[in-house]
Design a protein around this ligand. Sequence first.
Ligand code: NI
Length: 202
Amino acid sequence: MDQEETVGIAIAQPTLRENMSHYHRFYQPQSTYFFTVVTFRRQKIFVNEDVKDLLKEVIQKVRVNWPFQIEGFVLLPEHLHTIWSLPEGDSNFSERWKLIKANFTREYLKKNDELVRPSNSRMRKGERTVWQRRYWEHLIRDESDFNHHLNYLHYNPVKHGLVTNPKDWPWSTFQRYVKLNWYESEWGASEPNGLMKTCMGE
Ligand code: NI
């Protein structure tokens, strides 16, 4: 089965086909990255379902022209963590993020303009902003580094005190990996060893 077809379809819903039982290698040398992206002034904008859906739609649209696989994803109220694999020879994640952020901002502000207060310098320029300008980016070094980041990402809703068990946070790829038998469904009910020792931008 084609990996592009099955792995990258949904960012939050476990939509893997029933017959997909074999074990994929998600880590691809030199093209798999971990990202942390935070909202401007940590505003909790990802609480309404329609805003979460909007982000999902924007990401899917960008992927049409700028393909990448989403190996892991978790959406929290004011930030997200995700792991992408870019096509071979293509390391231009910054253009992808630029498009995702700009497209999301434009659509989001159509409905939520009054909720977003720009910084002083940006206000002078008449800019509105939804995202922190900088984001955390890390090239995954090897399989072990991949596993570490994937675990960090899936444990994140517990880390941030939103749920007590990763399986209870629907806006993540956790269930996708449970279906692949990568995790037991109860994984992360207690803190996995050594998970919090590295900085991952949030
Ligand atoms: Ni986090």
